[in-house]
Ligand binder design. Structure first.
Ligand code: SF4
Length: 411
């Protein structure tokens, strides 16, 4: 159902299978949309349109001035050609496949109240004439390569597909494919129906724990999209202890106790670095994965604190919200150009219109103010959270509308 999300969603299953309390811990945090998510939704609609058109269904082409590009056309073509290829192959294998586009699947027999929408389910026969379920998923992301091998999202969709349609064609094999054209990634994983169902049984206890919000918080790469991340204690402890382990010689015992926590006596101790001197590239390369984990946690915390302080006026001890410097801009560039030309200034373009400062330099301050002063405006600066001893006055947040913020800074 559009707009509805299952607590134990298939797309977040990596999270709740590894860190069972994560689904419940995120409940209080809004599931905010982003331009990437909106573009992804539009691209999925185009995929759906192309496949339905091939199936001779009456469909209207989705429109979007914002997101429609030639590139979207190309990547959705890759998807449509792939799934049409599967359908055609099944026909060659001697069967008329059942094709389900954007199909809601229910896997609540495995994960309580679990459901989701599979981009494509195709049920027919394989090259040996045996029953086959093929699940396809389109991904627009280009940040992370998504592998289909034992991918829990795909396996949950497949279990939902089997539960609803497993009786057709006596399905023996399940094939799953992720199509991620922006990374040239078409990844397929295949297993027998028994293997898939055994996996489903094996995760039932974890799914139950996840539904109840029980179990241990376990950080890992699945934290990336967790909305609780900025305030997750396990994630904070992991990031700080990774940093300590990576850079400090814990054997020297100067900074931490046996749990890697700073001890009260040692709070002000000088850290003992593993090896003094400069770090060679080989060693830097080794710590890159750790740095990624630490920096992604730091970014999430900065963004969360700044947003809470600026957008919701939540007090942050030792910090205040100030208005950043704002740049003067022209309110009406056409009027500026016309006025300048009428007064004999013609050298107004380099590759584009020269900047306000260049106008001022060219005309001199006095003449600039006389001719163009009325067109100069100073929009409000960006709000940012800074330490309390910053000389700028705090902003009265009660009387400010929501504003774009910049991250916590020590400027
Ligand atoms: S951020 Fe915390 S709650 Fe979220 S998945 Fe990671 S460890 Fe679990």
């Amino acid at each position: 159902m559009p707009g509805q999300h299952a607590l134990l969603g298939a797309s977040s299953s990596k999270q709740w299978l590894h860190c069972t309390p994560s689904a419940r811990l995120q409940e209080g945090f809004p599931n905010e949309s982003s331009v990437y998510a909106e573009e992804g939704t539009f691209a999925h609609e185009v995929c759906e349109y192309k496949v339905r058109k091939y199936l001779h269904e009456r469909v209207k082409r989705p429109q979007s001035e914002e997101y429609y590009t030639e590139e979207i056309d190309q990547i959705t073509d890759v998807y449509a050609e792939f799934v049409i290829g599967i359908i055609e192959e099944m026909k060659r294998n001697g069967c008329e496949p059942l094709v389900l586009v954007e199909e809601r699947v229910d896997y609540s027999h495995i994960a309580p109240s679990g459901f989701g929408t599979a981009d494509m389910l195709i049920i027919g026969k394989d090259e040996n004439g045996k029953g086959l379920l093929h699940v396809c998923d389109f991904k627009t992301g280009q940040g992370v390569f998504v592998d289909c091998d034992h991918n829990s999202q795909m396996m949950l969709y497949a279990l939902g597909g089997l539960a609803a349609y497993g009786f057709i064609y006596d399905i023996e094999t399940v094939r799953m494919t992720i199509i991620q054209p922006r990374l040239d990634n078409i990844s397929t994983f295949e297993c027998s129906r028994e293997e898939l169902e055994a996996w489903g049984e094996s995760i039932k206890p974890l799914a139950k724990l996840a539904y109840e919000g029980k179990g241990e918080q376990v950080p890992g790469d699945w934290c990336r999209f967790c909305r609780a991340k900025p305030v997750c204690r396990a994630c904070a402890e992991e990031a700080l202890s990774l940093a300590r382990e990576e850079f400090l010689d814990l054997d020297a015992g100067a900074l931490t106790d046996e749990n890697n926590h700073a001890t009260s006596d040692d709070d002000k101790a000088i850290p003992v670095f593993k090896q003094p001197g400069l770090i060679p590239m080989t060693e830097l390369a080794e710590i890159l994965p750790t740095l990624n984990r630490i920096s992604s946690w730091i970014e999430a915390v900065f963004a969360y604190i700044s947003s809470e302080a600026i957008n919701h006026a939540v007090p942050v001890p030792g910090y205040k919200v100030v208005e950043g410097r704002s740049k003067r801009i022209f309110s009406d560039t056409k009027a500026v150009v016309d006025t300048a030309i009428q007064n004999g200034y013609t050298d107004l373009y380099k590759q584009q219109l020269i900047s306000l400062t260049e106008f001022e330099k060219m005309m001199g301050k006095k003449r600039f103010n006389e001719l163009l002063g009325d067109y100069v405006v100073k929009p409000p600066g960006k709000l940012s959270l800074v330490p309390e001893d910053d000389p700028r006055p705090p902003v009265d947040l009660e009387n400010k509308p929501d504003r774009e913020f910049s991250v916590l800074s020590e400027e």
